[in-house]
Write a protein that binds this ligand. Structure first.
Ligand SMILES: Cc1cc2nc3c(=O)[nH]c(=O)nc-3n(C[C@H](O)[C@H](O)[C@H](O)COP(=O)(O)OP(=O)(O)OC[C@H]3O[C@@H](n4cnc5c(N)ncnc54)[C@H](O)[C@@H]3O)c2cc1C
Length: 579
């Protein structure tokens, strides 16, 4: 049982609904600037769109076609800040664009785009682009389909393989600065008096207990609930009758799906950004956790936001298009190790095709709807989360009619940042090299950065925690204990999907369940019954989000597969790619 009694009695300045990357960044910025802050998420932090993205920290080359120069410039500047403030989690990534005679953009158009991209990132630390003539492309990438190829462009962006941990570190940084952060707490009602929201009713998703947050005179509510923004607005109450905050629809989400496959013959070590030959849509083939992450699709979505799953058609589309670029890959449905899907919280428009909807973000002031102390975020990429946090907190100070202290997140590194002068990797190798292999130490530094010592100390107290979770992977039992004790993990999904990436590696994480269950019982006080329930819930999560429909019986066994409802089949996905 969690105790929420102190929350009722606290006067918060900033109440953030939604602990995805944008809410976490807003809470961090607010707490660092001295606002009494609370961050609430109905699920785990980063369990929404943030965990289903392509994980690129990018300027958005494609947005140049829509003349969104401001967005590209802003994203490129943020890319640079993140490379410095989270160097353990955000890494430079080289991308190659093969150019085909039948492609929608000519060699010269792509070259012009590359030059513009370099100009807009004039102050970057990454290298400029280079163009590859046909012969050079063939020499470097022998397995790329040569038919009609004219050459390629190469440029740098960045990748946050562990986007979930980037979000978590924002939450931990907010907490360290004094914020309260609650996962598995849903905001169920927003009660108004006059033109202000005065009370938020919240429900603990585990115990179903409810509690309230009273807002002070100058408190501001920030709605960063991503694709759920309109739903949160519908929870407005007036005199205990539901009365939505504004009637205008704000979010028109589009679904994007990915597949994960093992590296295949000719799979690039860096990333490929290619145009689908069927419909000229761009998609990525990315190195990810020693595998290849391929995506995405872009489909209007009106279904259940909590159960978004790649349909078999989307999977086939991504397989077919990848095989066209890398014929030696010979991917088939059997090659797919995992899938995932998310809904982009894009601004609602009636007519535009999904690919053309602006990826720019907007702060929607609910003063327009007669509520002066609430603002909602519409849009917002993973890349620009820090900037969103800064803009939100500037807005909050403006609304409070107070001068704003300077934003600190531009220069302050995240808690796990390993700075260039850091000697601690050598220290860890000296101290733990006898118990942990080099790949494990490397892996732990990548995930936890400078905070890894807190985790390693668990092994001093309990040596069995140095044991691997799954043969062949570098993850160890200590990560399970650390997730529960220090990183607010409450479920096996939190552990396997967002504190580690076992869900995307070890047979949907199923291969790790027995060891995780033993570790939770031995070190975290979970009972055998707790673990059984948690495992059943985890399998449901995987069935609802990650295991392709066609593979359910093989992965879960016939009986379990039958008991899991198929959600992909319910979705209205009339076409694969509009655009
Ligand atoms: C397929 C795909 C690929 C993408 N690729 C990239 C990329 O490569 N690079 C990039 O920069 N961006 C990318 N994006 C965009 C990016 O991932 C999202 O825009 C971003 O993660 C949105 O974060 P958020 O915090 O606004 O929303 P979310 O991550 O969705 O967080 C919202 C949170 O609100 C919570 N919530 C909802 N209702 C309530 C309630 N009533 N009470 C409490 N909490 C609530 C939810 O549980 C959720 O955790 C991609 C998106 C998709 C879908």
């Amino acid at each position: 049982m969690r105790d929420f009694s102190s929350i009722d009695a606290t006067a918060y300045d900033l109440i953030v609904i939604g602990g995805g990357i944008n809410g976490a960044a807003t809470a961090r910025d607010g707490a660092l600037r001295g606002l009494k802050t609370i961050l609430i998420d109905k699920g785990d932090f980063a369990s929404g769109t943030t965990s289903w993205s392509s994980r690129l920290v990018h300027g958005g080359l494609r947005y140049l076609e829509y003349f969104e120069f401001h967005l590209v410039r802003e994203s490129l500047a943020e890319r640079e800040i993140l490379l410095k403030s989270a160097p353990h989690l955000v890494h430079p990534l080289q991308l190659t664009i093969p150019i085909y005679a039948k492609g929608s953009r000519s060699y010269w158009e792509i070259w012009a785009g590359m030059i513009l991209y370099d100009i807009l990132s004039f102050d970057k630390t990454l290298l400029n682009h280079r163009m590859l003539p046909k012969a050079k492309l063939k020499q470097l990438f022998r397995e790329v389909n040569p038919a009609g190829v004219q050459g390629a462009a190469q440029y740098f962006d960045a990748q946050a393989e562990y986007a979930e941990r980037l979000c978590l570190e924002n939450v931990l940084s907010a907490q360290a600065a004094g914020a309260t952060a609650l996962n598995y707490v849903k905001v169920t009602a927003l009660e108004r008096e006059g033109d202000r929201i005065t009370t938020l009713t919240c429900k603990d998703e585990f115990s179903e207990a409810t509690f309230t947050i009273q807002t002070s005179d100058k408190a501001v509510i920030v709605n960063t609930s991503g694709p759920w923004v309109d739903r949160v607005c519908r929870q407005g109450e007036r005199d205990h009758q539901p009365a939505p905050i504004g009637t205008k629809r704000k979010i028109g989400g589009t679904k994007g799906s990915h597949i994960l496959v093992d590296t295949f013959p000719g799979a690039p070590e860096a990333a490929f950004y290619v145009e689908a030959l069927t419909d000229n849509r761009p998609f990525f083939i990315l190195p990810f956790l020693g595998q290849c992450l391929i995506g995405t699709t872009d489909l209007r979505f009106e279904g259940d936001l909590d159960r978004v799953k790649a349909s078999d058609d989307e999977i086939d589309y991504l397989i077919t298009e990848t095989n066209k670029v890398f014929p030696a890959a010979r991917l088939s449905r059997e090659s797919v190790k995992c899938t995932y899907s998310g809904v982009r919280p894009l601004p609602y428009t009636e007519s535009k095709n999904p690919g053309a909807v602006s990826r720019n973000h907007v702060l929607y002031d609910h003063g327009k709807d007669g509520v002066v102390n609430m603002v909602s975020l519409i849009g917002g990429k993973l890349t620009t989360h820090r900037r969103v946090g800064e803009e939100m907190v500037d807005w909050v100070y403006k609304r409070r009619q107070q001068p704003s202290p300077p934003c600190q997140t531009r220069v302050q590194p995240l808690p796990g940042a390993i700075l260039p002068t850091d000697q601690r990797i050598a220290e860890a190798t000296a101290a733990y090299g006898d118990r942990l292999s080099n790949p494990t130490l490397d892996h732990l530094f990548t995930l936890y950065g400078a905070r890894v010592f807190n985790l390693l100390r668990l092994i001093d107290a309990a040596p069995d925690l140095a044991e691997p979770l799954v043969p062949g992977l570098p993850d160890i039992k200590a990560q399970v204990v650390y997730a529960v004790r220090a990183e607010m993990a409450y479920t096996i999904g939190d552990i396997c999907r967002r504190r580690t990436m076992l869900s995307l590696q070890a047979n949907y994480g199923l291969d790790a369940l027995e060891t995780i269950s033993q570790t939770l019982q031995a070190h975290c006080g979970w009972s055998a019954t707790d673990c059984e329930k948690a495992i059943a819930n985890y399998k449901t999560l995987m069935a609802e989000n990650c295991i392709p429909d066609y593979a359910m019986a093989e992965v879960l066994g016939d009986d379990e597969a039958r008991s899991q409802r198929s959600f992909a089949a319910d979705e209205a996905t009339p076409q694969l790619a509009v655009g």
